[in-house]
Design a protein around this ligand. Structure first.
Ligand SMILES: Nc1ncnc2c1ncn2[C@@H]1O[C@H](COP(=O)(O)OP(=O)(O)OP(=O)(O)O)[C@@H](O)[C@H]1O
Ligand SMILES: [Mg+2]
Length: 468
């Protein structure tokens, strides 16, 4: 992960300094039952295993384990290593710790009937570093942010992750949440709003937010780039598919260009499917592909397993009724949706490379068939954050564009060796794929001034409304 979204800064923490940080507390629910049923050595052994796994997960996300104490884990994000997405990292860490303990729990349930689950609280805000003789942890942190994080852990029931307002603000685009009852906190006049994490957001849910943010002011410049995209779309509709890479630095306007492209007339006769890689996605196999398939099958975040399964089956059948029983189990497996009955039997016992090959074959067949019915435009935004399995899968999918009505649009920041650079390299060296590059350069002075002018205008207008 650190290769892909390197720390924005590393700052040693002198004593008594105020820092912006995200604090995660995870506690074991079922600890008392465990202590009553097992002897002390066994309990210590179990806690040791949990701590060891939690430590590895935290490390993966550049979190610092502050302490393991009794049945409590405290992990810090933003001290000493700062990332732009620390709250997201903290939530992902908690989710993985929870999943890992749930895995362990199955073993205990079988042996001595004990169920173990974690419950976590996460809060973001100012912490005071340093006073090592006061605090128990490595950085000896103190402050209200920490106290509240600990309190949230108490509010979270077994299996739940409860977060405070600051964490929510910086993570709400990535995770779905449920608002909880506000609580009163010492030193704050107003009650504090809390949220419970209910899942990772799917593209279908993100799209509306993206559009809201992106089509904020008129697009300035970029006519040439937009026309290039439209040209490739027209060609794909006519049967000459291709792969387009849209590249540029953070904030240069890649997603804005995509928002404009969504309005293209020619898209009315095509099916546009989007997937989005996320900054913590290096550790989530196939995330952007799964996201895109969820978008296609209209699976939403709050769909339960049964409803996701039935939506997926309907979608597969709409493309290929005769092969549905073959394609559907592999697609569901790729998407991590649990199968039942004869569908579960179809994939039972198939593992490793054999499973990967079958998944790949079925995704490829499905997209090929779908493109016979309607031209497809498959977009992956923020591809620089994708995991290696997604890149490999895409690599073999790109080839179908050659003979099918499929346009792939990959959007990414350059200079990520395992993803962006790899995709460019694959495409440059594959003569069987028609490949187009769109590099977004900074807007020239005239356009930049126009853009700023437009934004100030909108600001001005909204201020006028507020005054009224
Ligand atoms: N040409 C443009 N005309 C109008 N607004 C623009 C233009 N380019 C960028 N913006 C605005 O600037 C902001 C950042 O652009 P955008 O989100 O598209 O960047 P990005 O290249 O996708 O960055 P990231 O790599 O972080 O995803 C957005 O609010 C967007 O609407
Ligand atoms: Mg973007």
């Amino acid at each position: 992960l650190s290769n892909h979204q390197g720390p924005t800064s590393f700052s040693p923490s002198p004593e008594g300094e105020r820092k912006h940080a995200t604090v995660l507390f995870s506690d074991l629910a079922g600890y008392t039952a465990m202590v009553e049923k097992l002897d002390l050595e066994e309990v210590k052994g179990i806690m040791g295993r949990i701590f060891e796994r939690a430590g590895r997960i935290a490390e993966k996300y550049d979190g610092t384990v502050e302490r393991f104490f009794g049945d409590e884990i405290m992990v810090l994000f933003g001290v000493p290593i700062v990332h732009e997405d620390d709250p997201i990292r903290a939530i992902q860490t908690a989710m993985e710790i929870h999943a890992s303990v749930e895995d362990m729990s199955q073993e205990f349930e079988r042996h001595n009937g004990i169920t173990i689950r974690m419950h976590s609280g996460i809060n973001t805000g100012l912490v005071i570093t340093g006073e090592k003789n006061i605090g128990k942890g490595r950085h000896g942190l103190t402050g209200d942010t920490i106290n509240l994080a600990k309190r949230l852990t108490g509010i979270a029931k077994a299996g739940e992750i409860v977060i405070g307002q600051g964490t929510y603000r910086q993570s709400k685009d990535h995770f779905s949440h449920q608002a909880m009852n506000p609580i009163r906190v010492k030193g704050k006049a107003e009650p504090v709003q809390l949220y419970k994490i209910s899942g990772i957001k799917a593209q279908a849910d993100l799209l509306s937010q993206d559009n809201e943010r992106q089509v904020y002011s008129e697009m300035v410049g970029r006519d040439r780039e937009l026309n290039k995209l439209k040209l490739q779309l027209a060609k794909a509709v006519d049967g000459a598919g291709s792969v387009v890479n849209v590249m540029g630095e953070a904030g240069i306007g890649k997603s804005r260009l995509l928002a404009e492209f969504r309005k293209a007339d020619a898209l009315k006769g095509a099916m546009l499917l989007e997937g989005k890689a996320i900054s913590i996605g290096r550790n989530l196999p196939f995330h952007p592909i799964i996201d895109l398939l969820k978008h296609w099958a209209k699976i939403r975040d709050n769909d339960c397993e049964i409803s996701s399964l039935s939506k997926l089956e309907t979608a597969v059948k709409s493309v290929s009724r005769e092969d549905a029983d073959e394609v559907f189990p592999f697609l569901a497996t790729l998407m991590g949706i649990k199968l039942t009955g004869h569908h579960a039997e179809r994939v039972a016992g198939i593992q490793g490379e054999a499973l990967e090959r079958l998944i790949l074959k079925n995704v490829r067949d499905l997209l090929s068939k779908a493109s016979d019915m309607v031209p497809l435009v498959l977009v992956i935004d923020d591809l620089h954050w994708a995991d290696s399995s997604s890149i490999e899968l895409l690599e073999s999918l790109f080839r179908i564009a050659e003979s099918k009505r499929i346009l792939f649009i990959n959007i990414f920041r350059p200079d990520h060796s395992e993803t962006s650079e790899k995709v460019c390299c694959i495409l440059k060296n594959d003569p069987s794929v028609y490949y187009v590059e769109i590099v977004l350069e900074p807007l020239d002075t005239n356009f930049s001034e126009k853009l700023i002018g437009n934004m100030l205008n909108i600001e001005g207008l909204s201020n006028t409304f507020k005054k009224r």
